[in-house]
Structures are given as structure tokens and as C-alpha cells.
Design a protein around this ligand. Structure first.
Ligand SMILES: [Fe+2]
Length: 326
């Protein structure tokens, strides 16, 4: 299927991705990983929940770590432009026969909870508690010096259908991978905020969350994190990289948290605000799309992901597979 034309006048206005709730089995172990190792800042902490923000963020949280019996993903959060957008969003999801619930969320104003057609739990809001800026409090910079949340990447059992739905929400395709044989989408990157993506979809058992990415100041921060992780008991948590992506041109590293949730450290993609930006097409058989320097990704990278709470993933009908490291 061809990539859909950009939807420049969506039914409601999503500003950007905002936050993820990871359900974790050992809150202390997660704290050691996200706070002491990555350097995210604690904005709330109690016996069951830790909220974190990155250094440039004014909103209260970009990650909520929620104590749970099983590790999975509670919700993906998105910020909308203004209050009427929330009502328009409710109308849109109700019109598609999808659930619409108004829920109470700590540190957030009116919050709409829904699901996409595959069951991915989504929440939309306009107002979140605003905190004083800390981006010039350099004494607080630790770990990989995370600046902001950048994107979610999800496994999808039908990437063409996911792209069509998220295109309806106003996400615009910047790059995509096509299976040459079937002409179907194997993966796609879609944005609202003017970078390469807020959300991406990869063919596979889905829906599952493949990773959440954080933007860092420069590639040397990634090297520093590797030195830190490899000498503080986290060497087995380093999964792939460092490297340069073909798609997005970003410098990257993939690591796994204590529950296996995958985090990408990401730096330096490019601006995509032009409404007539032409998407870049890649072939599934081109190994440089994953890593510009040619090294293929490990098998775990294509197979493992975090399930969404209460959602049973289903296999993809598209069996095409990329080149995988032995
Ligand atoms: Fe990514």
C-alpha cells in the first residue's frame, strides 16, 4: 500500500508524545537504572510509583514507573494543543467505536483515556503540572544527561493499517521501509512535533512497545553511558549499538531496563516541519537502513518487546524479515 498523503487538518491537534507508564516488578531496581544510571530527575516518589522528567522538560513527568506484579506498559501519553481538542478527540474515538473514559491522573488536568483499534492504551491531556526549568542547572546533569523524551516505537501486526489510523490522527510519515515483494509497509516513522518521529511502527507480533527513546546532547554522552553501564553491573543490559541509523540519521544506543523494557538513547535527527516534506523510502533488504555503518541488529531487537497491560498481541500476516545478525 502506498504511504497516505499527509493529513494537514486532523480532527484534533496533537502537539507531541508526552509520557509512558512502565509497570515494573522491582521499583528500587528501576530507580537505580533510570535515576542513578540514566540520570532522569525524580519529580514524585512514593511506595508504589516514581515520576521522572528529563532535563529540558517543564511538564511533571515523561515516565511513570508503577509497581506491578508483571512487567508491561500501562499507557502511552500525548499532549494536545488546547482544551477543545480534548472534546474533539473524545468525539473522534467514540465515532470509531473505541472506548472513551475521562479519568483522574495525578499531576494532570482533564485526561481522556482510550485505545487505538489494536488495543494500545492511549491518554490525551492538555495540562500537566509545570515545574521550574532545570536545563541550566548543570550540577543536576548525571548519567547520559537525558534532555527529553523523543519517541515511541511499536510492533504492529499490520503496519499499513496502523499508519492509516495514525495518519487520520495527523501523524505524518517521514521515512518508511517497504517489503519489495508485496509492496506492503514493513515499518514507518511518523511525527507531530517536527522531528523524524513521535511514533514508529515495526512489523511483528503486535501490538507491543518496542522502545521509548530519549534525546541526549551528543554522541559522547552515549559513550560515557556505555563506560558507566559496563562497570556498574549493567553490561548485559546493553543490547545494540552504539551506531548511526540510516533511517532518521540519528546516533543511537539500545539498552534494556531491569524488567526488559527497551530504552533507546537517541541524538541528532533532522527537522521535518515542512507540510510537503517527501517521505524517504527504504528497502527491507538494505542493511544500511538500520545501521548506516552496515552492522545488522541482533535477533532480540526484532523479536522482543513489552506487552501493553491486558492486551494479547497477534502475529503479523507479513512474513518478510530483514537481515539479522547471527
Ligand atoms: Fe527509535
Amino acid at each position: 500500500m502506498p504511504v497516505p498523503k499527509p493529513n494537514l487538518y486532523p480532527p484534533f491537534n496533537i502537539v507531541r508524545l508526552s509520557h509512558v507508564e512502565y509497570r515494573v516488578t522491582d521499583l528500587a531496581a528501576s530507580r537505580a537504572f533510570y535515576v542513578d544510571t540514566l540520570g532522569l530527575q525524580v519529580t514524585h516518589e512514593d511506595d508504589d510509583r516514581i515520576c521522572l522528567r528529563a532535563m529540558e522538560e517543564r511538564g511533571h513527568h515523561c515516565i511513570v514507573l508503577q509497581r506491578a506484579d508483571a512487567a508491561d506498559v500501562g499507557v502511552l501519553g500525548f499532549k494536545l494543543y488546547d482544551e477543545p481538542d480534548l472534546d474533539r478527540a473524545a468525539e473522534f474515538f467514540a465515532g470509531r467505536g473505541l472506548p472513551v473514559d475521562w479519568i483522574e491522573r495525578p499531576h494532570m488536568g482533564r485526561t481522556l483515556r482510550t485505545r487505538d483499534p489494536w488495543g494500545i492504551p492511549l491518554e490525551f491531556y492538555v495540562k500537566m503540572d509545570r515545574l521550574p526549568p532545570i536545563h541550566q542547572k548543570y550540577a543536576l546533569y548525571k548519567g547520559v544527561k537525558p534532555l527529553r523524551i523523543d519517541h515511541f516505537n511499536m510492533f504492529a501486526s499490520d503496519v499499513d493499517a496502523s499508519v492509516a489510523f495514525y495518519n487520520d490522527l495527523g501523524f505524518r510519515v517521514t521515512e518508511y521501509t517497504e517489503d519489495d515483494e508485496s509492496g506492503r509497509l514493513w515499518a514507518a516513522w511518523m511525527h507531530r512535533k517536527g522531528g523524524v518521529h513521535d511514533v514508529a511502527f515495526t512489523n511483528g507480533l503486535g501490538p507491543r512497545l518496542h522502545h521509548t527513546a530519549f534525546w541526549v546532547p551528543n554522541p559522547l554522552n552515549i559513550i560515557d553511558l556505555l563506560d558507566l553501564m559496563s562497570t556498574t553491573g549493567y553490561v548485559a543490559n546493553i543490547e545494540r549499538g552504539p551506531g548511526r541509523h540510516g533511517i532518521s540519521n540519528a546516533f543511537f544506543l539500545y539498552i534494556r531496563d531491569p524488567d526488559g523494557h527497551r530504552i533507546e538513547i537517541y541524538c541528532s535527527d533532522y527537522q521535518t516541519v515542512d507540510p510537503d516534506l517527501e517521505p524517504i523510502k527504504w528497502s527491507l533488504t538494505d542493511p544500511q537502513r538500520q545501521t548506516l555503518w552496515g552492522a545488522p541488529a541482533p535477533r532480540s531487537w526484532f523479536e522482543e518487546g513489552s506487552v501493553f497491560a491486558g492486551v494479547e498481541p497477534v502475529p503479523s500476516a507479513l512474513k518478510a524479515q530483514p537481515i539479522v545478525a547471527p
